[in-house]
Design a protein around this ligand. Structure first.
Ligand SMILES: *Cc1c(COP(=O)(O)O)cnc(C)c1O
Length: 381
């Protein structure tokens, strides 16, 4: 079946007890057993919950993968992947990761003896220089946050396969609607479900999708043992959110393109980062692996003034100043002081997160109102 149909139906059957078309919220922590160990596959809700199981099957279907696992946050999902490793193991990853992922890698796992190489993944030819006998995982994010760099998943996968490494892809920015990393050889696909999948800025959740049986078993074991599992109400809200994913993404992409072009032509704007521009350094790769370019856009101001960026971010009325992304409402953020505040100034400037850089999560409001809002805010700085 096609994506739109799977978004609405995959993993979901009418409730066997009542015929309810919506998967019920199984708000329970435990399940009655007939005799010790004899049950219907559900023993304790950290391990398994039917509302969550429906969502896990739905996500696996949307990613064209065999298994899904839902976590209580995107970071919980990423944490489980790195827990596959032992002290001395190494990870090759990008130098413009989501700030929270960078923080977890450097502040939590590096002190436990895992080595991370943060490199420029725009040129995948670089990667092999960092492969050692201890390398275990290539971890990529594409498009990246907030610089909208695009990493060639297929090229990374070829290197991973050649050296027997796992390729993990954070697919949060594209969502499974615009990109399926497994099609290009990813072993693990990670999501901050909080963003486009949930889509309504009302849930924090993460997910992993996996094809390999043994890898799924290992990750399930970590999932249940460490316990970063989401509750049934959040699972229900995400199942509901995903039913409109394909329709929302269409509008995010439509609005995103118009706004990217508007910004690129504005006299006060310096650079605009959006993979849909033919001048984007990895436009060809984006065209190959994505079906459209999404609603995430970053831009900097001429003169690179942090004060002007602050004024602009406070002057918008339809775009709300907030962390996060991927919801129906438009958001504006200032990465250097918000999402990327935990990255040292020299580090973030190397990757383009300058003082005036602003990031837009273009929502699905009327495009005329969004354009008008940006116009008046740019006039006021
Ligand atoms: C938000 C985000 C995360 C972290 O997810 P949470 O749900 O906030 O824990 C990871 N990667 C990317 C790209 C994100 O945008």
């Amino acid at each position: 079946m096609k994506f739109a149909t799977r978004a609405i139906h995959a993993g979901q059957e009418p409730d066997p007890a009542t015929g309810a078309i919506m998967t019920p919220v199984y708000q329970t922590s435990t399940y009655v057993q007939e005799s010790p160990g004899k049950h219907k596959g559900y023993a304790y809700a950290r391990g398994k919950n039917p509302t969550r199981s429906a969502l896990e099957k739905n996500l696996a279907s949307l990613e064209n993968m065999k298994y899904g696992l839902c976590f209580s946050s995107g970071m919980g999902a990423a944490d489980a992947v790195i827990k596959l490793l032992k002290p001395g193991d190494e990870v090759i990853t990008g130098n413009d990761l989501y700030g929270g992922t960078y923080r977890m890698f450097t502040k939590i796992f590096a002190p436990l003896g895992i080595r991370f190489h943060f490199i420029d993944l725009g040129k995948t030819g670089n990667i092999e220089n960092y492969v050692t006998p201890s390398t275990r995982i290539i971890w990529i994010e594409t498009p990246t946050n907030p610089m909208m760099n695009v990493v060639d998943i297929e090229a990374c996968s070829a290197i991973a396969k050649k050296h027997g490494l796992l390729l993990a892809v954070d697919n949060t920015f594209a969502s499974p609607c615009l990109q399926n990393p497994s099609q290009w050889g990813a072993d693990i696909v990670m999501h901050s479900v909080t963003k486009y999948l949930g889509g309504h800025s009302d849930v924090v959740m993460g997910a992993l999708c996996i094809n390999n049986d043994k890898l799924y078993e290992q990750l399930s074991f970590i999932h249940n043992s460490c316990g970063a599992t989401p509750g049934p109400m959040d699972s229900f809200l995400v199942l509901r959110g995903i039913k409109t994913l394909h329709v929302r993404m269409e509008r995010h992409c439509y609005n995103g393109k118009i706004i990217a072009e508007f910004l690129a032509a504005h006299p006060k704007v310096d650079k605009v980062y959006w993979p849909g521009f033919p001048t984007h350094p990895n436009h060809a790769v984006a065209k190959k692996q994505m079906t459209d370019f999404g609603g995430m856009i970053s831009f900097s101001l001429k003169g690179n003034s942090m004060e002007e960026a602050f004024r602009l971010a406070s002057a918008t009325k339809v775009f709300s100043l907030a962390e996060s992304l991927g919801g129906v409402e438009s958001l504006i953020g200032h990465p250097a002081s918000m999402t990327h505040a935990s990255i040292p100034k020299e580090e973030r400037e190397k990757s383009g997160v300058t003082d005036s850089l602003l990031r837009l999560s273009v929502g699905i409001e009327d495009i005329d109102d969004l354009l008008e809002d940006l116009k008046q805010a740019l006039d006021r700085i």
